[in-house]
Design a protein around this ligand. Sequence first.
Ligand code: PAF
Length: 290
Amino acid sequence: MAKSLEVIARPAQLRERVMQWRRKGERIAFVPTMGNLHAGHGSLVSRAAQLAEHVIVSVFVNPLQFGPNEDFAAYPRTPQDDQNLLRSLHVEVLFAPEVDDIYPRGQETTARVHVPGLEDILCGAFRPGHFMGVATVVTKLLNLVQPDVAVFGEKDFQQLMIIRRAAIDLCMPVEIVGVETTREPDGLAMSSRNRYLLPEQRAVAPHIFAALDRARQAIESGATDYAALEQAGTEALKEAGFRVDYFAIRDANTLQMPNGDSSDLVVLTAARIGRARLIDNVRARRPPAK
Ligand code: PAF
């Protein structure tokens, strides 16, 4: 029988719903989002549905992860479309709290989660406090929902790594699952922020994936001068019209610079065009030494 979508705003009500399922020994999968849902979120929900009997999706635009000059106020909010998509995906519960439900004593004085070593590099260097805000809200949401498994997109590779680390270090009894990035036919990673692109900016946006994929191919063909590959990627994106925050090749297990033992690499970039700051990444396997 098709399940109908229950929209819950209050944490206490959510806990009650979760308790009913837990008492019956049923598994719960959780997909935290900031809404403006698209096919990328759809693939997270589909994965979640394979992993548990019940799927809970949250929509909460978390002010704590936005800097003072960032797009918190402008972030696209499309509650009706989100609900329609979740209904079509047979999601049972949408948790859509207000800011006061999540930060009842205000954001300034709330306890915070930091992941030193990972939160200040790459995107963290350009968005101070961002990953503290992400790690804090995800910890709060995981504590509220108490899922068996939580599902996140690999497009936000650094975010996924920070959440995995926080879950392990803080002994959270949850499995964190990453899902491959969903792309448009021309390679552009799906993102709510693609909405900010004007038609001429949308036309050049696929250069991001193309530059990442060129670096991947070079690594997989044996190139080891990573600084030169990073430089070439940065230049290609600048020529296409982007302002490049970083184009970096890192060890996929640590996010540190690759060393002689690193065989699982990740090429990551963040680049701005118009109002949009786009991020993307691809994995690259370094060929074994001959
Ligand atoms: O990736 C996102 O949409 C957000 O950063 C998350 C994980 C829902 C936390 O607000």
